[in-house]
Design a protein around this ligand. Structure first.
Ligand code: ARG
Length: 459
C-alpha cells in the first residue's frame, strides 16, 4: 500500500529494499525531542497567524506531549515504512488526534523541518561538549598548579631539549582546548539561525511569522534564503571540523600519556581505574583509555571527510543525499563525549613520578642553552660564537661521560679563557627553570600564575 503521508499519487507501495535504503528512523529517532520542540513552535506560530484555531492548537500540543511520553516510556513504535522521525511523529499525531494533526504540516516541509531539528541537535551537542571541555581544562589547570614547579624534560624532535615544568606542559593543552572551545562557540553562533518556514525550497504563500518561530526555538534570527536554508549543511561540517581539531589535540595528549606511562619514560603511573591487564602477561598495565582516545581522531576526521564528500557535488536545493549528514555527526559527538570524559578521568588520576622526571630533565646536556646565554650575558660573546663555544664544551663533557656542571673551571677556560666560576650557577635544572621568566615561559612562578589565572577564569 502507498505511503499514508505522501502516497496520494502512488498506486502501490515501495519495494522492501526501497523502504530499507530510504528509512532513516533507525538513527534519526535521536532527534525526537528537537522534532517535537520544532513542531510546538510551528503550531504556536500557525495559530498566531490564524492558520490553526484555539482547539486545534491545544489538541496538537496535548498530542505532541503525549507522544513525548510514549517515546520516553518506550511505548512508541518507530516504523521504517514512515521513513524518518519526522513522519513517524506526525503520523502518530494524526492517529491520536485526527484532523488537527493533519494540519500541522501547513507551511512546512520535511526539508526545513529536518534542517531545523538538526541545527537544534548540533547546538545542544555543542553546549554539552563545551561544558565537558571546560571541565577538562579545569582538571588540567588544577594538576598544573599542583606541579607548577616540578621539572620535566622539554623535548624537541623527542630529544631532551631544555627543562620545563610539568605544570607548564599541562597548561599547553589548556591553551589548545581553549582554542577548541572558541571554535565550537563560533560554530554555534553561526549555526544559530532558524531554517523553519523555508518550506520545501522556495518559501511559502502562507502568512507565516518566521521571526516568531526563530525566537521560540532560541535562534537569533530566521535564515535569509530558503534555498540555502534547506540545502546547507556547513553548520554540521563546521562542527565536525572543530571536533577534528579538538580530537587531534586529545590524540597528542593521549600519545604523551602512553609514552609517559611506559617503563623507559616512567614519568607517570595510571591507577587500576584507568589501565587494563594483559590476558597472557601478568605484569602488564596498559593505558588502553589513552590509546582509544588517541584513535578517536580516526573516526572523527573520517566523519568530517564522509560528510564533506556527501555534500560536495549536490546541486541546490535539497537532495536525499543530505540524509547521510546525521550518522557522522552523531558518531563524532559520541566519540568526543567519551574522549573528553576519559581524558578528564586520566588527568585527575595520573600520578607523576617527580624523581624520574627530574632525572631525565637533566639528561642530554639540557642546560647547554643556559650556558650559551650566560656567555652572551656575562662576557658579551655574540650568541652564534657562544653557541659554538658551548658546543665544544658539550663535546668535551660527552667525551668525559660527565655533565656540563662536572667540567672543571680550568677545562672550561681552555675553551673560553674569560669564563669564571659564576657559570656554575646556571647549569642546574632548577636555575634553568627559574630563569625562564619571559612572558609565556616555563619559570615556576609564571606557571603558577597562569594556572591560577585559568582556574579563576574557568570558575
Ligand atoms: N529524513 C530526511 C533527511 O534526513 C528528511 C527530509 C526528507 N525530505 C524529502 N524531501 N524527502 O534528510
Amino acid at each position: 500500500t502507498a505511503n499514508p503521508q505522501w502516497g496520494g499519487r502512488f498506486a502501490s507501495g515501495p519495494a522492501a529494499i526501497m523502504t530499507e535504503i530510504n528509512a532513516s528512523v533507525g538513527f534519526d529517532k535521536i532527534l525526537w525531542r528537537q522534532d517535537i520542540k520544532g513542531s510546538l513552535a510551528h503550531a504556536a506560530m500557525l495559530h498566531k497567524v490564524g492558520l490553526l484555531n484555539e482547539t486545534e492548537l491545544a489538541e496538537i500540543q496535548q498530542g505532541l506531549s503525549d507522544i513525548a511520553q510514549e517515546i520516553i516510556n518506550g511505548d512508541f513504535t518507530f516504523s521504517p515504512a514512515l521513513e524518518d522521525i519526522h513522519m513517524n511523529i506526525e503520523a502518530r499525531l494524526s492517529e491520536r488526534i485526527g484532523e488537527a494533526g493533519k494540519r500541522l504540516h501547513t507551511a512546512r516541509s520535511r526539508n526545513d523541518q529536518v534542517a531545523t531539528d538538526f541545527r537544534l541537535w548540533v547546538r545542544d551537542a555543542i553546549d554539552g561538549l563545551l561544558d565537558q571541555t571546560s571541565a577538562l581544562m579545569r582538571s588540567l589547570a588544577t594538576r598544573a598548579l599542583e606541579y607548577h614547579a616540578t621539572p620535566m624534560p622539554g623535548f624537541t624532535h623527542l630529544q631532551v631539549a631544555q627543562p620545563v615544568t610539568f605544570g607548564h606542559h599541562l597548561l599547553a593543552y589548556v591553551e589548545m582546548l581553549s582554542r577548541d572551545s572558541t571554535r565550537l562557540h563560533d560554530a554555534r553562533q553561526r549555526l544559530n539561525e532558524c531554517p523553519l518556514g523555508s518550506a520545501a525550497l522556495a518559501g511559502t504563500s502562507f502568512p507565516i511569522d518566521r521571526k516568531m518561530t526563530a525566537t521560540e526555538l532560541g535562534f537569533d534570527r530566521p535564515t535569509a534564503n530558503s534555498l540555502d536554508s534547506v540545502s546547507d549543511r556547513d553548520f554540521a561540517l563546521e562542527f565536525l571540523s572543530a571536533l577534528s581539531l579538538q580530537a587531534m589535540h586529545l590524540s597528542r595528549l593521549s600519545e604523551e600519556i602512553v609514552m609517559w606511562a611506559s617503563a623507559p619514560f616512567g614519568f607517570i603511573t595510571l591507577s587500576d581505574a584507568f589501565t587494563t591487564g594483559s590476558s597472557i602477561m601478568p605484569q602488564k598495565r596498559n593505558p588502553d583509555a589513552a590509546e582509544l582516545v588517541r584513535a578517536k581522531i580516526g573516526r572523527i576526521l573520517g566523519d568530517f571527510t564522509a560528510l564533506i564528500t556527501v555534500m560536495k557535488g549536490l546541486p541546490l536545493a535539497y537532495a536525499k543525499d543530505s540524509q547521510e549528514d546525521k550518522e557522522p555527526v552523531f558518531d563524532a559527538t559520541e566519540a568526543m563525549t567519551l574522549s573528553l570524559a576519559a581524558m578528564d578521568g586520566m588527568i585527575r588520576d595520573l600520578k607523576p613520578n617527580e624523581a624520574r622526571m627530574r632525572e631525565v630533565a637533566g639528561m642530554g646536556f639540557s642546560t647547554a642553552t643556559d650556558l650559551a646565554d650566560w656567555l652572551v650575558r656575562e662576557l658579551r660573546v655574540p650568541f652564534r660564537t657562544a653557541h659554538h663555544v658551548t658546543g665544544r664544551l658539550v663535546g668535551l663533557a660527552e667525551k668525559k661521560k660527565c655533565d656540563l656542571a662536572d667540567l672543571s673551571l680550568q677545562e672550561m677556560q681552555d675553551v673560553e679563557p674569560n669564563i669564571h666560576a659564576g657559570i656554575f650557577d646556571v647549569l642546574t635544572v632548577e636555575s634553568s627553570l627559574a630563569s625562564r621568566t619571559s612572558f609565556g615561559g616555563t619559570a615556576p612562578k609564571n606557571v603558577q600564575h597562569q594556572a591560577q589565572a585559568w582556574l579563576e577564569k574557568l570558575g
